[in-house]
Design a protein around this ligand. Sequence first.
Ligand code: SF4
Length: 166
Amino acid sequence: MRKLNAQGYGIAGSGLELDLVYNPQGPSLPPDSEILTKEYKQVLAHYDVFFNRLLTISNMPINRFRHQLERDDLLNGYMDMLRSRFTEKNLSKVMCRTLLSVSWDGHVFDCDFNQMLDLPLGGGKQAIHLSELIDLPLANRPIAVDAHCFGCTAGSGSSCSGALTN
Ligand code: SF4
């Protein structure tokens, strides 16, 4: 990070952004991103390390993290916690409303989590290729959702650019 700072990244007024990403180590939601950002900035400044934003991201209950939860018998508890912390105002900001995810072979998904789960765009039965998108009306399209979506909507919400609401 110091090398990036030396080039101007993360230095106020340089126009060069340097963002950090934080996600919890275990089955809990990230702390408030503004409070965490202040704490990280204070601590790292002692080491002459600077950054712009700290993006907080929730652990999604899929793939490797899900297997870990299952192994430790924590999956049900984690899912219950995500459901109990559901926050309706996150719904208008979840990333699947404005972004798509494209796999290496050109198939399109509602988000990268759905891509990892192989859930076709819009809950369809078949994967849709990028080349077919031109003929598809994407506005107001359905989005494929499942229990893992509580990971995006719990607490302050979560997306590839951090918390959705504070
Ligand atoms: S996991 Fe669900 S809520 Fe989150 S971006 Fe994907 S489809 Fe949307």
